[in-house]
Design a protein around this ligand. Structure first.
Ligand code: PEP
Ligand code: MN
Length: 359
């Protein structure tokens, strides 16, 4: 990491970038209110920091050893206040800002009528971002794979419903991109690109999605440690896209015998990731539990743990949802959750901000 002096000129910054390139690395430039920081992308081991430190305009040059340096709070401290976190703007919605963000909608889009009815209900409940799966990751090749799997025309049709429902009910929209071949198509229609838990490790997909320069909703794999999750997030950041929303959605349950939840919601990961990085962390209680009777309690707990928001699956007739019926809740239940979570946020936000800043 290279910290430029307050009065460093544009030429001095460019000169440092050129110098960095000589060692086979790329530069990630972040401008704060007063300082400019140049992050090094690549293997720093052979970089002569003592040489870089004496270039004109350079205040400090040092190695950052963490595998997720560009998203780390340590790095961001040089260009922003320790207490500050990244606020991601999508339409009128802020993620990581003063108020929680709520993503809600069906697990899978089943029809235009289904989507519009759910969109209306979640909007009334207080949600501010609309979700709807079009390319579904499924454990069985024989189950419904999402309308997008039927062909390009069907995919475009479902994507246009999602875009139009978002416009009608004034919510930005999000859907999962399951493979590289879908990136261009989906990016034409949606505001936020989702990377599902199963694809957390797909470096090529991460890079291709990142280069669309749209916010990325990035879900933790159910077998990934926090360190791995953050290290792979860096594949998005090195493309110059730091609009990354981390999502905790549960890890594999341990032990023998019956497990009562689909996954184990790792709530401690929320403040841990917020201390390690400046990125917003959201929680998905739907996939974490797989049970509609637990969504209220896990949502409230996630909010108390400092989550920047929640992602929840909703259906007007949960039992009849084509995918993930057991975890879907109604719009009315969503409203109860959002009301409770807004109150919890009002009580805990101040303290949680201090936790993030390590105070
Ligand atoms: C989803 O959000 O639609 C989904 C499939 O979640 P996950 O990738 O966390 O399983
Ligand atoms: Mn689902």
């Amino acid at each position: 990491m290279i910290i430029m002096k307050k009065d460093a000129t544009r030429e001095e910054v460019d000169n440092v970038i050129e110098e960095v390139k000589k060692y086979g690395l790329r530069a990630d430039v972040s401008k704060g209110e007063s300082l400019t920081i140049i992050g090094l992308v690549g293997d720093e081991r052979n970089v002569p920091f003592s040489h870089l430190a004496v270039l004109p305009g350079v205040k400090e040059a040092r190695m950052i050893e963490t595998p997720y340096k560009l998203i780390s709070r340590e790095y961001s401290e040089a260009f922003q206040d320790r207490e500050e976190s990244r606020v991601i703007h999508v339409g009128n919605v802020e993620i990581g800002g003063e108020t929680p963000a709520y993503i809600a909608g069906p697990c899978a889009i089943e029809s235009k009528a289904q989507l519009f009815r759910i969109a209306e209900e979640v909007k009334k409940a207080g949600a501010n971002i609309l979700r709807g799966g079009i390319f579904k990751p499924r454990s069985s090749a024989h189950s419904f794979q999402g309308l997008g799997a039927k062909g390009d025309e069907e995919a475009r049709e479902a994507l246009s419903w999602l875009r139009d429902a978002g416009r009608q009910f004034e919510m930005p929209v999000i859907t999962e991109v399951r493979g590289e071949t879908q990136v261009d198509l989906i990016a034409e229609y949606v505001d936020i690109l989702q990377i599902g838990a199963r694809n957390m490790y797909d470096q090529d997909l991460l890079g291709t999605i990142a280069r669309k320069s749209k916010p990325v909703f990035y879900k933790r794999h159910f077998g990934a440690s926090v360190e791995e999750f953050l290290s792979f997030s860096e594949y998005i950041a090195v493309e110059g896209n730091k609009d990354i929303i981390l999502c905790e959605r549960g890890v594999l349950p341990i032990g023998k015998g019956k497990n009562f939840t689909r996954y184990t919601l790792d709530l401690a990961a929320v403040p841990v990731m917020q201390k390690e990085t400046y990125l917003p962390v959201m929680v998905d209680p739907s996939h974490a539990t797989g049970r509609r009777d637990l969504i209220y309690s896990m949502s409230c707990s996630a909010m108390a743990a400092g989550a920047s928001g929640l992602a929840i699956e909703v259906h007007y007739n949960p039992a009849e949802a084509w995918v993930d019926a057991a975890q879907a809740i109604t719009g009315y239940e969503l409203k109860e959750i959002i009301d409770a979570c807004n109150r919890i946020h009002a009580i805990t936000a101040k303290q949680n901000k201090k936790v993030k800043a390590g105070k």
